[in-house]
Design a binder for this molecule. Structure first.
Ligand code: ZN
Length: 167
C-alpha cells in the first residue's frame, strides 16, 4: 500500500436505522430477539450488522454497504446481514487490513440489549474473525424523545478500528 495509506490504525463510523414493523423478525447483531414487532427492511434488517459493516468499510475507504449490497439486487432480499458483514471483512482484509476492535451502540426504547449482549458479541466476533473480547455492544434508550422515543424504530451507531495485517 502507498506510504500515505499506511497508518497504525484507522477508524470508521457507521450509522443505521430501521422502522419497527409487525410480522417481521427482530435480529440484532445476528441474534434473533423475541419481540412483538420486528424491523422493516430489504434484507433481514439487522441494524447492528449494517452499521458495523459501514464502519468497517469506511475505515478502509472501501465504499459502503449500499454499494456493496444494493437493494436492487434480488440476492440481497431477506439476506443474512451477518454474512454481508463477513464479506465486508473479507474485502478489507484483501485491501491489507484486519479488524482490531468494534464498538456498537443500539439506541432504542425496546428491546433491551443487555440480556443479548454476550451472544451478539460472539456472533459479531465470528463474522469478523476476531475475539469477542475486542467487540463491544451497548444499549441506550432515547429518554422517550423523538421517533425513537415514540417507538417508531431503532438506530445503531458503530465504530470500527482496523490495523494493517501482518505479512
Ligand atoms: Zn440497515
Amino acid at each position: 500500500m502507498p506510504p500515505e495509506e499506511r497508518a497504525t490504525a484507522r477508524t470508521g463510523i457507521g450509522y443505521d436505522s430501521h422502522r419497527f414493523a409487525p410480522g417481521r423478525p427482530m435480529i440484532l447483531g445476528g441474534v434473533k430477539i423475541d419481540s412483538d414487532v420486528g424491523l422493516m427492511g430489504h434484507s433481514d434488517a439487522d441494524a447492528v450488522a449494517h452499521a458495523l459493516t459501514d464502519a468497517i468499510l469506511g475505515a478502509a475507504c472501501a465504499g459502503d454497504i449500499g454499494s456493496m449490497f444494493p437493494d436492487s439486487d434480488p440476492a440481497n432480499k431477506g439476506r443474512d446481514s451477518m454474512q454481508m458483514l463477513s464479506l465486508a471483512v473479507e474485502r478489507i482484509e484483501s485491501a491489507g487490513f484486519r479488524v482490531a476492535h468494534a464498538d456498537v451502540t443500539v439506541i432504542a426504547e425496546s428491546p433491551r440489549i443487555g440480556p443479548h449482549r454476550a451472544k451478539m458479541c460472539d456472533a459479531i466476533a465470528r463474522a469478523c474473525r476476531i475475539s469477542p473480547s475486542v467487540v463491544s455492544v451497548k444499549g441506550k434508550s432515547n429518554e422517550g424523545m423523538g421517533w425513537i422515543g415514540r417507538g417508531e424504530g431503532l438506530a445503531c451507531i458503530a465504530v470500527a478500528t482496523l490495523v494493517e495485517r501482518g505479512r
